[in-house]
Design a protein. Structure first.
Lengths: 567, 127, 431
């Protein structure tokens, strides 16, 4: 199907300023084109349907060793949803940690077409790619975790930004990664000895460098390399009452390095790092302090990490935190340190609406989203599956679009948490335009994926059509209808092909894996090569020549070629 | 005499695998068992002699070889392989794993003119 | 002559990736750095080779064209009510993925050698989790190394020198910096080089581990000896474990195969978890076949389960004891079998083997094996890591790309290609 003409859709395309206009969308050879370019198009009548660019999920743990260990840990999760195999489709299994095939099908069902795996251990990223290769339909990428990497720590300790940048350009190419990820910077090196860090001024044992220095150093490296996305950071002290201060410190610590018009930091799942109070008993929301900061500064973006009241699976590279959660909850716990680099921890967890702490967490995410004025600074996530499974995003969308939906949930949560929250007094309701920013335009822009998140000419033809008519439906009153419509897209179009109808995938097809191919000056490249040859075998248990992933190991490789200019 | 049977990996068995299960090397290394010296004396068997090991399900004849890994009294050690598997019970107790170690067996001297260790193909054709 | 460095050995779960192989005029003539197993494999891999596909006629196996063998195999599998597909641990991740698709397509059960190896580990992990790490972490930090029910000097010959007590790490120089403890039922070679050897009575590891956990908490152990070990020795070991900076427990089939099976691992995981209150402690299972961990990993992302997966309902069902190969075969529940790079006729209990032979049997393997000799269809395949490439996963989960250094015999394809053809034919038959 080379040409497609979508007629008369109600279009929301914030990057091009289109807010609910009835228009046609023309597709040719996988891209959006002017209607005049079409010769013999299949016509899709989209009257009464809302059209948005395909959804972009900036942060969801969908593939790799940590996710797969999660599958191993939770056979009980796999019994929650099961669907027999059908022609052309693999069986559907699982809920918070579905199989890779299920993951692709379910994202397509919701009209999402691009997903980022946000934390992969470099040494094991071949595994991540093998899983991404088996994740159908969506386009994808992965972010190597670099904050406790021995080469990084040593270069940054020396103040050698260029060496660190040359090393990371090598690493990104070696593991076919897209962006630099920091997870509670320095903590996993401390955890290598069973310890952790407190705040961002606590030095990493044996390396004598603080999280703040790591964050600043990696920000400068990121800018030097000219990477399309800023550094993504899971802030230190996640899950700790009072940690909103550490989040503020983190955002402040790169203020002086901020560049006009470009975010320096993308704070991931900010809800988990927006706790005020001093303990579990007096835990309260730090959302307004953080929102105030984000509203008055342009160098920070964030994604929500909203929790949902359900049984889910937590998994992060924040090993010390995962151990703490195991102790608090008493739930089973997997830990897997990755030599010289990072680690991962997994603990099942159930968020209960009557539990004071969980209820406060629920209010934090929504408060933050409603208090941040500029939706371009925000993306909708649950840190899947940490806050809840991605298949429940429409629930969150309903809470943002409808204060009634929030009220209905507020009425059922722990009463003390409700009283302490400011949610009751917030009337704001997101518009569909703003929702499209949070779920398409903002993530695409923050990621620097130029062909995604919009429907302008030249964009990738990733389009979602929903059975929603804003003219006849009161989005606030009929939030349940809205939720259902967003859960099952009428049509999901990927690269110009219809891949799902009414939430049912048509076939198992595959998208691209994006990665960055950064060219740095030869002199710096040579220097890093020598450092690698000298130190690699001492640090690692594999040989340097067996570490890199080749381009042909990706099912469909889509490199972004960049030339680093500022060396 | 009663004994606890432990099966396991040995270098000879592992190398024999790579040479081939039909090989003389494999047969020599795997159709064997190691016993405690005092137990051997009690039983009246010497190194190189034959014993019959019975599990209640079936029995197999094996050659006693020199042990460099000090088998304690009451234990008999046999390399993994098709000979000892003849006498293994299939029950996995709901785990998928048969009891390959720690099984109660009877060990008795096998007079050499009565018993012979079958070659591997004979072993498997004899169903 | 061509020389290759950085070759990864396809023997055991160590996946040593520093092997040097020299090839001259179509033969491997030299291998360096590998252990005895590695050398023996590389220098003998062509023995007992199956050179052409075979189909049984009467009591003979007759050479046929590959297409005929593929068609017959596909026919057997698609006509069977409940075929069992077993093996998988000695082939590539890519081949394993195709095997799972095939099992799905024919509604059979698929199982890998984990079920007779570390199945109990995964069962215990599913209940408790597991504190682990990659091998380099142990190399760099561990000052206490324990091998429990594992005899690396017979099974994983370079494990100790590459990854544990003999290895040089960032903070540990080598043997002098580390303490070695061995727990086993007999004084093995590994026990002989240990600083402490604990001889445990067979089938009593659970009690010993429980006593250790009590000793960690300074609880009173009322007996003088537990599992044949004196309470003084137990308390000394507990103190050693609590007092180390980084402890690593490697455990093997001594725990998974003895009485208690997964409950032994349960206890071991609980012990290591407890130890994390006082110090840093990890555990890693000693995986046998070079890609058994890969089989688990690929099974998991396709189905959600690590082994023993049944597709007879059109979706994966996991129930070790019911859907595991030994049980299915022992109870005579299957009516056909496909065995890939494995020799269950030599490794399984007798009754399972008898039933295996009662039904149509397809074998894909490079070697003539005890299983292949009785098969109805035999398809020769190439050796992953010697003749063809593919990903394997080390015992600690690290993925490594295995490469080919020499061509397979003419007409012999990789498992991946063969399974791809069988899958295609099965789909064609089903319409």
């Amino acid at each position: 199907m080379k040409e497609l003409l979508i007629k008369n859709a109600t279009v929301y395309d914030p990057m091009n300023g289109i807010d609910g206009e009835k228009m046609d969308i023309a597709v040719r050879e996988g891209k959006i084109v002017e209607s005049s370019e079409l010769r013999d198009a299949r016509v899709l009548d989209a009257s009464g349907l809302v059209a948005m660019p395909g959804g972009v999920d900036i942060h969801a743990h969908i593939a790799g060793p940590k996710v797969n260990k999660g599958r191993l840990l939770r056979p009980e999760d796999h019994l929650r949803v099961i669907q027999r195999k059908r022609r052309g489709l693999r069986p559907i299994v699982g809920y918070t940690i579905p199989t890779t095939f299920t993951t692709g099908y379910w994202y397509a069902a919701m009209g999402y077409t691009t997903v980022m795996e946000p934390a992969t251990p470099p040494l094991m990223t071949r595994h991540t790619h093998e899983e991404l290769n088996d994740t159908p339909i969506i386009d994808k990428a992965c972010f190597p975790v670099v904050d406790s990497n021995w080469f990084v720590l040593e270069y940054l300790k020396e103040g050698d930004i260029e060496g660190c940048a040359a090393y990371l350009s090598w690493l990104l190419r070696a593991v076919k990664g897209y962006a630099l990820k920091l997870v509670s910077p320095g903590s996993d090196e401390a955890w290598g000895w069973g310890g952790g860090l407190r705040g961002i001024d606590d030095p990493v044992p044996n390396f004598d460098i603080t999280p703040k220095e790591i964050i600043r150093g990696l920000h400068r490296v990121n800018r030097l390399l000219g990477l399309p996305s800023p550094i993504h950071i899971h802030c230190n002290d996640l899950g700790s009452p009072g940690n909103y201060r550490v989040t503020l410190d983190t955002m402040r610590c790169v203020e002086d390095l901020a560049e006009e018009g470009r975010p320096s930091l993308h704070v991931v799942h900010i809800q988990f790092n927006a706790f005020a109070g001093t303990g579990w008993g007096d835990l309260s929301s730090g959302a307004s302090e953080l929102a105030k900061y984000v509203n008055s500064h342009n160098h920070v973006t964030a994604d929500l990490g909203q929790v949902l009241f359900d049984d889910t699976t937590t998994m992060t590279a924040d090993c010390p935190w995962q151990y703490v959660l195991h102790k608090i909850s008493g739930n089973k716990w997997v830990n897997h340190d990755v030599e010289a680099e990072t680690g991962g921890g997994i603990v099942p967890y159930k968020y209960r609406r009557k539990n004071y702490v969980n209820a406060v967490q629920w209010t934090i995410g929504l408060e933050f989203a409603l208090l941040v004025k500029d939706p371009w600074k925000l993306c909708l996530t649950t840190d899947h599956p940490n806050g809840g499974p991605f298949i429940e995003y429409p629930r969150i969308m309903a809470w943002l679009l409808s204060s009634r939906a929030r009220e209905a949930s507020l009425a059922r949560i722990n009463k003390r948490a409700r009283r302490r929250s400011s949610l009751d007094s917030i009337d704001r309701e997101y518009t569909l335009y703003e929702l499209a920013i949070l779920t398409r335009a903002a993530p695409a822009r923050i990621l620097g994926l130029k062909g995604k998140g919009h429907l302008g000419v030249g964009a990738d033809a990733d389009i979602s059509l929903y059975r929603l008519d804003p003219e006849s439906t009161d989005l606030s009153k009929e939030y349940k209808v809205v939720r259902e419509a967003l859960r099952r897209a009428a049509y999901t179009i990927k690269g110009g092909e219809i891949v799902a109808v009414d939430g049912e995938p048509l076939n198992t097809t595959y998208g691209s894996t994006y990665w960055v191919d950064v060219e740095v000056p030869e002199r710096d490249e040579e220097r890093v090569k020598r450092d690698l040859q000298e130190r690699f075998e001492r640090y690692y248990s594999v040989r340097l020549e067996n570490y890199p992933v080749e381009e042909r190991d990706l099912r469909i490789s889509s490199p972004l070629k960049i030339r680093a200019e500022g060396f | 005499m009663k004994a606890i049977l432990v099966t396991g990996r040995t270098l000879g068995q592992g190398l024999g695998l790579e040479i081939g299960k039909l090989s003389e090397l494999y047969h020599r290394n795997v159709a064997t068992c190691e016993m405690n010296r005092d137990d051997m004396e009690k039983l009246g068997v010497r190194e190189g002699g034959l014993v019959r090991v019975s599990s209640g399900l079936d029995s197999i004849v094996l050659r006693v070889v020199r042990s460099f890994e000090e088998v304690p009294p009451g234990i008999i050690f046999v390399p993994y392989g098709p000979w000892i598997n003849r006498i293994m019970r299939p029950e996995t107790h709901g785990t998928g794993m048969p009891s390959f170690k720690g099984i109660e067996v009877e060990v008795e001297l096998e007079a050499s003119d009565l018993g012979e260790i079958p070659k591997i193909d004979e072993l498997l054709s004899r169903s | 002559m061509e020389s290759y460095t950085g070759v990864t050995c396809p023997f055991c779960g160590c996946l040593c990736d520093d092997i040097e192989v020299s090839v001259d005029r179509g033969a491997i003539i030299k291998v360096a750095n590998g252990c005895a197993y590695s050398l023996t494999k590389y220098l003998n891999y062509n023995r007992d080779r199956i050179t052409t596909p075979l189909i049984r006629e009467g009591d003979k196996q007759v050479p046929v064209e590959l297409s005929e063998a593929v068609e017959r195999a596909a026919k057997i599998l698609s006509e069977a009510e409940y075929p069992v597909l077993y093996g998988w641990s000695s082939t590539s991740a890519e081949a394993i993925g195709l095997g799972i698709e095939l099992a799905e397509e024919v509604g059979g059960a698929i199982d890998n050698t984990t079920s007779v190896c570390h199945g109990p580990t995964t069962e215990a992990l599913q209940e408790l989790g597991l504190p682990g790490c990659t091998l380099g972490q142990v190399k760099n930090r561990a000052d206490l190394v324990i091998y429990w029910g594992s005899n690396p000097l017979q099974s994983h010959l370079r494990h100790m020198s590459r990854y544990t007590i003999g290895a040089e790490g960032r903070w540990r120089r080598g043997r002098d910096d580390r303490t070695l403890v061995v727990v086993d039922v007999r004084r093995t070679y590994t026990a002989r080089v240990a600083d402490y050897f604990i001889q445990v009575e067979p089938n009593r590891d659970y009690e010993l581990i429980t006593a250790l956990r009590m000793a960690l908490r300074h609880e009173e152990i009322e007996q003088d000896r537990v599992a044949g070990v004196s309470v003084e020795d137990i308390e000394e070991l507990a103190d050693l474990m609590m007092g180390c900076e980084f402890g690593a427990l490697f455990y093997g089939l001594g725990l998974t195969m003895s009485y208690g099976k997964n409950r032994n691992i349960d206890a071991a995981i609980s012990l290591v978890r407890d130890l994390n209150r006082w110090t840093k402690f990890v555990m890693i299972p000693m995986r046998g076949h070079f890609n058994v961990n890969g089989a688990n990993i690929v099974f998991l992302w396709h189905t959600g389960y690590p082994f023993a997966v049944d597709f007879s309902h059109g979706y994966p069902v996991y129930a070790p004891g019911a859907t595991s190969a030994v049980d299915i075969l022992s109870r005579g529940e299957s009516d056909a079998a496909l065995i890939v790079s494995s020799d269950p006729a030599a490794n399984f209990p007798r009754r399972a083997v008898e039933n295996l032979f009662k039904n149509p049997l397809i074998v894909i393997d490079p070697h003539r094996t005890v299983t292949s000799m009785r098969a109805d269809v035999v398809i020769p395949s190439a050796f992953v890591g010697i003749e063809c490439e593919g990903t394997a996963y080390r015992m600690d989960g690290v993925p490594i790309k295995m490469r080919g250094v020499i061509d397979p015999p003419k007409g012999v394809l990789s498992d991946e290609e063969i399974l791809g053809r069988i899958l295609e034919e099965v789909r064609r038959l089903r319409g």
